[in-house]
Design a protein around this ligand. Structure first.
Ligand code: TRP
Length: 480
């Protein structure tokens, strides 16, 4: 069972975690949610959750993976046994698998849009195009379920191939080049935005705030986004932690990941909003924001087709290094638990997520309105799935924080963390009290206000889950 090998290089975990963290969350989701929620206040809540809640939970989640040296669900079982605590904690693993599956389903559809734009850039189709042409082109993409399904299929298949063949551990050298390159090209776009756009308006939109401007659902989205962008609360980081060298520092690594991740989001946000204000575009236009704004800049800039082509290729790279971290934990579980081969496990996970992704594809056209999701939850299937991830990920993080801070034997935890007593106490205070309090606060404040039948639905889900856990607890211990 402990056939787990450990990454030999100390920096590999950092690289893999940055690869998982930096992705569409930073480039696509962060700017569009910020735009929809009016800017500064959203960023304030987002940044506060990253630093006070996100980093401590990132440390906790990595630690769970590293001490158990197993895939998340099996790792939880192992820790439950060795620390003699309740089997109900196993639900962290299951909740994580559910989140991974939900996220992958829409992540791949959006990455498919990037695939489309890579093609448009490299063929020079948009050179010289104006704002109207570009936005019409994007709407035409959304209107075509066939095209979107094709791209979605290509992207998810590519991710599946990488994880299925087990080469994701070998893409390290690729990441080492791609991540800095992505950052450099973002800076280039930012400079273009500073020269040709309105960076002053962008900065005041992003960094001045009036907290009362943030809607209740905005609070939930800001917190959800901070977990999403760090790949937190669902086992991805736990799965990678299982390979982390015991010598590397958990605290320093977590801070570095959060820092790089936030820097990428901020540069992307500044660049995109400089262009938005410069060209008089809508800040709150929703998921299309990045795909309408950046191509416009590439259409006008010198060598734009080339720069844009390289940019979207790097976006795809960042998206793939994130999507493989969504597949890995579930696949590793299926392999360890059911003795499947890797390709079998990956196929099951990916085919299911692919099918679920069709809901997102259709949410932008055929099912844009009038579906059961609209009548029950007042939103499209895609928006509903996003809402669920905004709840599931902080919920997963909350449970990880409680598990690490209260359920585990603390003398073992301090050994694994390898910090001095003061840092340990600060960390433990954050995971014991601050994280759970912050997440509960936002949940209590926002979820009761969310439209429709969400509350009864979540209630029913929780009862079913509690029942399932109860059933398991009554079973005699199996030799897992
Ligand atoms: N963090 C990634 C991004 O920002 C998305 C992602 C990858 C993710 N793995 C995850 C999100 C696990 C949540 C959990 O694009």
């Amino acid at each position: 069972m402990s056939g787990h090998n450990v990454w030999t290089h100390k920096g590999t975990f950092l690289l893999a975690a940055v690869g998982s963290a930096v992705g569409l969350g930073n480039l696509w989701r962060f700017p569009y949610l910020t735009g929809e929620n009016g800017g500064g206040a959203f960023i304030l809540i987002y940044a506060l959750t990253i630093f006070a809640v996100g980093i401590p939970i990132l440390i906790a989640e990595t630690m769970l993976g590293r001490t158990s040296r197993r895939s998340p669900i099996m790792g939880m079982r192992h820790l439950i046994k060795t620390h003699k605590t309740s089997r109900a904690w196993e639900s962290i693993g299951w909740l994580g698998a559910a989140s991974a599956f939900l996220i992958l389903s829409f992540y791949s559809v959006i990455a498919g849009w990037a695939l489309h734009y890579t093609w448009l850039m490299l063929t020079g189709s948009l050179v010289g195009a104006d704002a109207q042409t570009i936005s019409d082109g994007f709407n035409a993409l959304l209107a075509s379920p066939g095209l979107m399904t094709l791209y979605h299929t290509l992207f998810i298949a590519a991710s599946a191939l990488i994880v299925g063949m087990g080469i994701h551990k070998g893409i390290e050298s690729g990441l080492r080049i791609m991540m800095p390159a992505l950052f450099v090209i973002l800076i280039v776009v930012l400079i273009y935005g500073i020269i040709n756009g309105d960076v002053g308006a962008a900065a005041s939109f992003l960094f001045t705030f009036n907290i009362s401007d943030l809607s209740l659902e905005g609070w939930l989205q800001a917190m959800g986004q901070s977990f999403f962008t760090l790949s937190l609360g669902m086992g991805a980081i736990m799965a990678y932690g299982a390979y982390m060298s015991s010598e590397a520092s958990l605290t320093r690594t977590a801070i570095a990941v959060a820092f790089v991740d936030t820097a990428v989001a901020m540069v992307a946000g500044l660049a995109i909003f400089s262009l938005v204000f410069g060209a008089g575009l809508e800040t709150g236009q929703g998921p299309g924001l990045m795909f309408v704004t950046l191509p416009l800049a590439f259409a006008e800039m010198p060598f734009g087709a080339l720069v844009g082509g390289v940019f979207f290729i790097l976006v795809l790279g960042a998206a793939i290094s994130s999507s493989i971290s969504l597949i890995e934990p579930v696949a590793a579980f299926l392999v360890e638990r059911f003795d499947m081969t890797r390709p079998q496990a990956v196929t099951i996970m990916v085919v299911a997520a692919w099918a679920m992704g069709l809901l997102t594809v259709l949410s932008f056209n055929v099912w844009a309105e009038g579906t059961i999701f609209h009548s029950l939850f007042g939103r499209s299937a895609f928006e509903f799935i996003e809402l669920l991830t905004n709840i599931f990920m902080p919920l997963g993080g909350l449970m990880i924080a409680l598990f690490a801070g209260w359920a585990l034997t603390q003398s073992e935890v301090i050994k694994e963390l390898g910090t001095n007593a003061t840092w340990f106490k600060i960390w433990r205070f954050l995971v014991r009290f601050v994280g759970p309090a912050a997440v509960s606060f936002v949940f209590l404040r926002t979820i009761p206000q969310v439209e429709g039948y969400l509350i009864p639905t979540l209630g029913a889900l929780i009862i079913v889950a509690a029942f399932a856990i109860g059933q398991r607890l009554r079973q005699p211990k199996t030799s897992s």
